[in-house]
Design a protein around this ligand. Structure first.
Ligand code: FAD
Ligand code: NAI
Length: 480
């Protein structure tokens, strides 16, 4: 069989690339080894975790928030099997939907493990062990990532789990220890805390979510602490002993010091993810991975003649929408059109309650790069609708570069901010200044808070507009 494009890996990078390639008339095949399309994201990542986050948030609201709102409920009980089932149903429906989209866009879905077997050749070993070779003009590597293991700790996916096991615990652990205060640890830690687990997070560094703007991550940690999450920052797990009736976790200060033990029923290891390139045949085409195992590209997703790479297996944030963006861009390029990914404007949301939402550079990154910037901030405590909703935790922070007057970073923690980051990304794509955001009429709560933060830091709200325009009181419009 001869193709224009063969994609190895059926996650959000791969399947979105396939759909776009099919739409553009490329003869395309997608190879997936897990038996279902959708990759980590649909099967054991974004979708099941969001299903549990959503359901557990309702449970916590019913038990803790309703009474204060004057809503009396009694007999609220956790039905864990049903909570897990509705998650599995969501996954099933969506993975089948992706398979349907392959058919609709005339993409061949080849079940099996793909291995590059030289330029323009991909060998597939099917579930029954049978091999076939696909000839192709182009190959896209979209093999994604897998959990990073903790040295000397065996993941059994029952008592010592990765994110995959933590999505399907058969009962609520009394004590859950999470290793790693990153996105997975805090999202899945939140799920199990809400339904009754006592959660302790052990983090190697001195801050949680280390890549997030420090002011936001500090505020976020305070909120999580208030909710009952315990933190052991600056600590590492050195061993886990499996006892008959639980686990004993040894921890030590990262900088050295006395060891201690913590009891747990379940330990979730969430210390990051690593690129997956095992048995991919990279050597047959002379491709080398970098020190951390990622497949680097030339800045345009190209790795070698006729070979491209997208998603978690290459550099950049490990996010489903980043993988999707790259998949679509490269399909366009292969079809002879333009591709576009703006790595400066990739939104990032942590779907806890409240959410954390960010885009662009952090204050620390701007400082390190020597960029002169202005900061605008707004606390939800000062927002009328946030107060009315009893959702006053959190803040919005807008960073504007002085030289260009462009917003280069927005960082938020607060109820509903995940829905707000889209507007920010549009504004940043269009090169908006803080003033542009501040002069835009906004609705209550999150939108209003963003506007207030932009006003706080925006240079020009108190000055004439940066171009020639002024607000016309009659039309209420800005003319430039
Ligand atoms: P993957 O989704 O990993 O897909 C790669 C696929 O390739 C896999 O299905 C694998 O089986 C297959 N494969 C690998 N090698 C071969 C081979 N040789 N032959 C055939 N098939 C192969 N991101 C977000 O943006 N938002 C979220 O809310 C979010 N939540 C997450 C929650 C969890 C618990 C986890 C673990 C991740 C989450 N992510 C989230 C990250 C997101 O899942 C990844 O960034 C995304 O799935 C990467 O897409 P990808 O296509 O690059 O790779
Ligand atoms: P992460 O990189 O977000 O966090 C890992 C944390 O573990 C870091 O804080 C790190 O300092 C810490 N750590 C590393 N080694 C350690 C050790 N030995 N002991 C203690 N702490 C240690 O990784 P995580 O949470 O595993 O998530 C992986 C990726 O999945 C993320 O990079 C994210 O991009 C993606 N993801 C995205 C989500 C979203 O967009 N909402 C949700 C879940 C995952």
């Amino acid at each position: 069989m001869s193709y224009d494009l063969v994609i190895i890996g059926g996650g959000p990078g791969g399947y979105n690339c396939a759909i776009r390639a099919g739409q553009l008339g490329l003869k395309t095949a997608i190879i997936e080894s897990r038996g279902k399309l959708g990759g980590t994201c649909l099967n054991v990542g974004c979708i099941p975790s969001k299903a549990l986050l959503h359901a557990s948030e309702y449970f916590e609201a019913a038990t803790k928030t309703f009474p204060g709102m004057g809503v009396k409920v009694s007999g609220v009980e956790l039905d864990l099997p049903q909570m897990l089932k509705q998650k599995d149903d969501a996954v099933d429906g969506l993975t089948k939907g992706v398979e349907f989209l392959m058919k609709k866009n005339k993409v061949d879905y080849v079940k099996g493990f793909g291995r590059i077997a030289g330029k323009g050749r991909v060998e597939v070993t099917g579930p029954d062990g049978a091999k076939q070779t696909l000839e192709t003009k182009n190959i896209v590597i979209a093999t994604g990532s897998e959990p990073t293991p903790l040295p000397n700790i065996d993941i059994d996916e029952e008592r010592i789990v990765s994110s995959t096991g933590a999505l399907s615990l058969k009962q609520v652990p009394k004590k859950l220890i999470v290793v790693g205060a990153g996105v997975i640890g805090l999202e899945l830690g939140s799920v199990w805390r809400r339904v009754g687990a006592e959660v302790t997070v052990v983090e190697f560094l001195d801050k949680i979510t280390p890549t997030i703007d420090t002011e936001i991550s500090t505020a976020f940690q305070k909120i999580l602490k208030k909710q009952g999450v315990k933190f052991e920052l600056g600590h590492k797990v050195t061993g886990i002993e499996k006892l008959h009736d639980g686990l004993q976790v040894s921890i030590e200060p990262a900088k050295g010091g006395a060891a201690r033990t913590l009891d747990a029923d379940v330990v979730l290891v969430a210390i990051g993810r690593r690129p997956f390139t095992k048995d991919l045949g990279l050597d047959t085409v002379g491709i080398k991975t970098d020190q951390r195992g990622f497949i680097p590209h030339n800045g345009h997703l190209k790795v070698a003649d006729g070979i491209y790479v997208i998603g978690d297996v290459t550099t950049g944030p490990m996010l489903a929408h980043k993988a999707e963006e790259e998949g679509i861009a490269i399909a366009q390029v292969i079809a002879g059109q333009w591709g576009h990914v703006n790595y400066d404007v990739i939104p990032n949301v942590i779907y806890t309650y409240p959410e954390v939402a960010t885009a662009g550079k952090t204050e620390e990154e701007l400082k390190a790069a020597g960029v002169e910037y202005k900061v605008g901030k707004f606390q939800f405590m000062a927002n009328s609708r946030a107060r009315t909703n009893h959702e006053t935790d959190g803040l919005v922070k807008v960073l504007e570069e002085v030289a260009t007057k462009k917003v280069v970073g927005v960082h938020m923690v607060g109820a509903g901010v995940g829905e707000m980051i889209g507007e920010i990304c549009v504004a940043m794509e269009f090169g908006a200044s803080a003033e542009d955001i501040a002069r835009t009429c906004h609705l209550l709560r999150c939108p209003e808070a963003v506007r207030e933060a932009a006003k706080d830091g925006g240079s020009a709200v108190l000055e004439p507009r940066r171009s020639t325009g002024t607000i016309s009181p009659l039309q209420g419009r800005v003319s430039r």
